[in-house]
Design a protein around this ligand. Structure first.
Ligand code: G6P
Length: 609
């Protein structure tokens, strides 16, 4: 959470910092601030979004060639101007921080005793006073920062400037991402490369424990032991406009409509005629996949639901037992590890703190083969895993995940099929059927998206509703869960999903005219069972919204609205049925007037526990 941008240049960096913050706003958006160093340190901070900071800067401009900026997602201390970053100490040192300092209370007490006055409720403020204290001894910002880091427990990405050294910026990371951008006689730092795309495409992804001392013409990187190190330079192929909204009203809508191309990109290079590349995870991986006897999946949020769908596929196509768990639970219990279990983490960002911690924990438990399914190649999760299976969804900015989810499902289906084939449990004919369905998938998605207008009308149902129930069966039960999550995340309507067979064990008591029930009802072997469950809702005066394919013969009536999505292949139907549910949540949110791309209290990358 929280976005950081910093720059050292010959030109005025304020516009660069502001543009960077705007591109990072998905990381947190409850307050924002910016500071520059010159003869004095100056800063501007606001409660609220980056746009408010831009307004303030228009009224009270700042200029500077060295600066840092921040967009916040509150952890310690409410969203307020006082708690907004940059924090500073004695007007000498200013700092922005992403992460959590776990020993902040002890540090606060000791610094208070030494006379430092705290002006915020944040954990961050201890760092800036600590650096100030060391600066009194070292008179050198780099060594003051390096000394301070030794006292910190917890996670951080930091960018720091100093009044006495106005042409210098120091940045450091441990547990939170930070990327160094290389310009021509200028250097930048950011939480995410996308923030810097308008100014550079050359990046160095800092490693755990790295500290970088940046000036206009030079950036020196030191590792956790203080040794000067060289790090590889990456050239990003992303264009600056890849993270722009274009003609769409919201990022989320853009990303929903990008799914056909995101799925095509994710499929590219992975099919060989009628087969899937058996070395799906890279050279030599077929050997690994041939030998695995079980799968443990760990993830959070939408990525967790992708894992749930995968468990159906892994068990039905590959006959491999699969256990799926949310990362925040897995990391605090005592799971049983076995060396022939493949441990899979799924994450759009590759930064989610609980997922990362679960992976590290799994390694200590004896899970010897780790695979991450991820959308960000340079992320900490990918780097910490033995194997990676990348989704090629492109940058996802809307806080509610859409194209990342469907591309995760796609690679999980590829993986399940490959394991089934390699272990001799899936026939070549079945693999051919799956490959054919996958080749058609981008086109089938386009057809699904043609339901937009019908879904928009359906969304009116939610105009005066506070609750909703989603039903599905089998592999579509996790899809119903994802549909409910989308609706609650962005429209703030309370939504729950149930396996339809569980209705009569509790949720049926909730059914009345104020509780719309959304059913995911593809034409599969469970459809007749599902229809009976839906009768139970209808008999109790509930309002049913049914997504089904045209073969299902479920007529609309006064209390039943049926959206026929066209014939859908069974194997790809979980991916395809996700799309109208995303559109439903989006349109319901528009009706409710919420902030679709930046829903209250949420952030896209949850880098704190
Ligand atoms: C946050 C986001 C969700 C996302 C979850 C896991 O809660 O708002 O959209 O599903 O984190 O994120 P990850 O990047 O690990 O997939």
């Amino acid at each position: 959470m929280c976005g950081i941008v910093g720059a050292v240049a010959e030109r005025n960096v304020v516009a660069i910092l502001l543009a960077g913050l705007q591109r990072l706003a998905y990381r947190g958006y409850d307050s924002a601030g910016l500071a520059v160093s010159g003869e004095a340190l100056e800063r501007r901070r606001v409660e609220g979004k980056v746009e408010r900071l831009a307004e303030l800067l228009a009224e009270r401009p700042l200029r500077g060639q060295t600066g840092i900026a921040h967009t916040r997602w509150a952890t310690h201390g409410v969203p307020s101007k006082n708690n907004a970053h940059p924090h500073w100490s004695e007007g000498d040192i200013a700092l922005v921080h992403n992460g959590i300092i776990e020993n902040h209370e002890a540090l606060r007490q000791s610094l208070s005793e030494q006379g430092y006055v705290f002006n915020s409720d944040t954990d961050t403020e201890v760092i800036v006073h600590l650096i100030h204290r060391y600066y009194q001894q070292t008179q050198d910002l780099l060594s003051a920062v390096q000394e301070s880091l030794k006292d910190l427990e917890g996670a951080y990405a930091l960018a720091i400037i100093c009044r006495q050294e106005p042409e210098r910026l120091i940045a450091a990371r441990r547990g939170s991402p930070l990327v160094l951008g290389l310009g021509i006689d200028e250097h930048f730092i950011a939480s995410d490369a996308s923030a810097l795309l308008p100014v550079t495409q050359r990046f160095i992804y800092l490693e755990e424990g790295d500290v970088v001392a940046m000036q206009r013409q030079q950036a020196d990187i030191y590792d956790a032991d203080g040794k000067r190190v060289e790090r590889e330079v990456h050239t990003s192929e992303l264009q600056a406009d890849a993270v722009e909204r274009g003609e769409y009203r919201h990022y989320m809508l853009k990303e929903i409509f990008e799914q056909p191309s995101a799925l095509a990109a994710t499929l590219e290079g992975r099919l060989q005629g009628q087969c899937i590349d058996p070395d799906l995870l890279g050279e030599g991986s077929a050997e690994l996949l041939k030998g695995i006897k079980a799968v443990q999946i760990v993830a959070c949020g939408t990525s967790y639901y992708a894992g749930l769908v995968a468990s159906y596929w892994l068990e039905s196509l590959a006959h491999i037992p699969c256990h799926v768990e949310v990362a925040s639970e897995f990391r605090y219990r005592e799971p049983l590890a076995s060396p022939d279990t493949l441990f899979i983490t799924i994450s759009q960002s590759g930064e989610t703190a609980d997922t990362l911690a679960a992976l590290e924990y799994a390694k200590t438990l004896g899970f010897d083969n780790t695979l991450s399914i991820c959308n960000v190649a340079e992320s900490a999760l990918v780097r910490a895993s033995d194997w990676a299976l990348m989704t090629h969804a492109g940058p996802e900015i809307g806080v509610a995940s859409t194209k990342a989810f469907t591309t995760q499902l796609l690679v999980l289906l590829l993986l399940s099929t490959v394991v089934g084939r390699l272990q001799g449990r899936l026939s070549a004919d079945k693999e051919t059927d799956i490959v054919q369905a996958l080749r058609k998938l981008p086109h089938d998605c386009e057809r699904m998206l043609e339901q937009h207008q019908a879904v928009t009308e359906l969304a009116q149902t939610f105009a005066d509703k506070q609750n909703a129930l989603f039903l599905g069966r089998g592999v579509h039960y996790p899809i119903a869960k994802e549909g409910a999550l989308k609706l609650k995340e962005i429209s703030y309507i309370h939504a729950e999903a149930y396996p339809a067979g569980e209705l009569k064990h509790g949720p049926l008591a909730l059914i009345d005219a104020d509780m719309p029930v959304v059913a995911v009802a593809p034409n599969d072997h469970l459809q007749e069972k599902l229809k009976s469950n839906l009768q139970e809702v209808q008999a109790r005066g509930g309002q049913l919204l049914i997504f089904t394919d045209h073969k299902a013969s479920m007529p609309s009536s006064d209390y039943v609205t049926v959206i026929e999505v066209g014939a859908v292949n069974n194997i790809s139907s979980p991916i395809l049925y996700t799309l109208p549910l995303q559109l439903l949540a989006y349109e319901a949110a528009l009706i409710k007037g919420t902030d679709v791309d930046q829903p209250r209290n949420l952030a896209k990358a949850v880098t704190v526990e």
